[in-house]
Design a binder for this molecule. Structure first.
Ligand code: NDP
Length: 309
């Protein structure tokens, strides 16, 4: 039994070394080197080239090295009925929470707009905003959303969240399902998207949804570009219904040079780096699943195929 690492971001060596440091007898290969394809039973992947997973006749498990698995479902050459696992990791959740907090505080203290004024030599105090003025609404109360919700409560924000199923999180008003969506939207002043990208959530950040937010609401999308209808965001920013947006993810990554987001004064951009799997932190659960697979035991963090996350 052997494991293959398939990714195109130049980090294969890093992952291979991290795996071997914690399990020196592991048989692990880069998909770019010569390797016995019929011995591969587990693939550790991140944005693999489409079609590459079809090369392994004895593949038994596809492990995403990140929290998301949408890129696996998007490749229709991936062998069907194979289990897929994903990463659930405290450090990943902490890092995401810190990123979103930074964007929220930048908005709250007008740092984003002061920075623009600074480049123009404009001295102009803006309206003072306080934590107590804001209700933060989190779409998705899973591993990442729950961590963020808990941190926001500690800072004294009013916090509400929306998920498929009803949640019970201390200090957080929880809405669930389609019937709970409108109630969630109407009081959300800062909306954070932390949903997985599935058929049900593609394009969910659209004009009809933005219209239900209070005037002046702020959007943070740190989930996937496919959640957002770009032109609807631009329209709602340009007509001042939304006051701004913090974006980390895009339909096309890297974003094309011509995209209007680059030069929009109300959009704060980061290059899909809100939270990144740390190899040392994540490798134990990858190895645990490798060893569980070998022994035929139930896997950790398995994706529910019907749900797509
Ligand atoms: P989880 O699977 O743990 O949580 C997903 C949450 O979304 C759950 O609460 C789920 O509800 C809810 N949800 C799913 N579908 C719907 C729906 N149709 N309607 C309402 N709620 C729904 O995911 P994580 O928290 O681990 O990660 C979330 C996403 O964040 C990832 O899929 C990934 O795309 C993105 N991400 C982005 C990163 C970045 O750097 N920008 C880094 C890491 C992740 P329920 O609990 O009821 O099932």
């Amino acid at each position: 039994m052997a494991l293959v690492i398939i990714r195109q971001d130049g980090r294969i060596k890093l992952w291979k070394e991290a795996l071997l440091a914690q399990q020196p007898d592991l048989e692990v290969y880069s998909y770019l080197e010569n390797h016995p394809k019929d011995e591969i039973e587990m693939a550790l992947v991140w944005k693999h080239p489409d079609g590459s997973l079809a090369d392994y006749p004895n593949l038994k498990l596809i492990a995403s090295s990140g929290a998301g698995v949408d890129f696996i479902f998007e490749d229709n050459t991936v062998p069907k009925n194979l289990p897929i696992t994903r990463v659930v990791d405290d450090m990943l959740a902490k890092d995401m929470s810190e990123h979103v907090l930074a964007v929220i505080f930048s908005h709250l203290k007008n740092l984003d707009r002061y920075r623009i004024n600074q480049t123009k030599g404009i001295w102009q105090p803006m309206q003072y905003k306080r934590i107590s003025d804001f209700t933060v609404g989190i779409m998705g109360l899973g591993a990442l959303g729950k961590e963020l919700a808990t941190d926001l409560v500690k800072y004294g924000f009013k916090v509400q969240g929306w998920a498929n199923s009803k949640k019970d999180i201390n200090g957080v008003i929880c809405f669930a399902g389609e019937s709970g969506f409108s109630g969630f939207l109407e009081t959300t002043k800062i909306m954070v998207c932390l949903l997985p990208l599935t058929d049900a959530t593609t394009g969910i950040l659209n004009k009809e949804v933005f219209k239900q937010l209070p005037k002046g609401a702020f959007l943070i999308n740190v989930a996937r570009g496919g959640h957002l209808v770009d032109e609807d965001l631009l329209e709602m920013l340009n007509n001042d219904h939304l006051s701004g947006a913090g974006l980390d993810v895009y339909h096309q990554e890297p974003l094309s040079k011509e995209h209007p987001f680059w030069h929009h004064e109300k959009i704060q951009m980061t290059p899909h780096y809100a939270s990144v799997s740390d190899t040392d932190s994540v490798v134990p659960q990858i190895l645990e699943n490798y060893n569980r697979l070998r022994k035929g035991r139930p896997l950790l963090n398995e994706v529910i195929m019907d749900k797509g996350y």
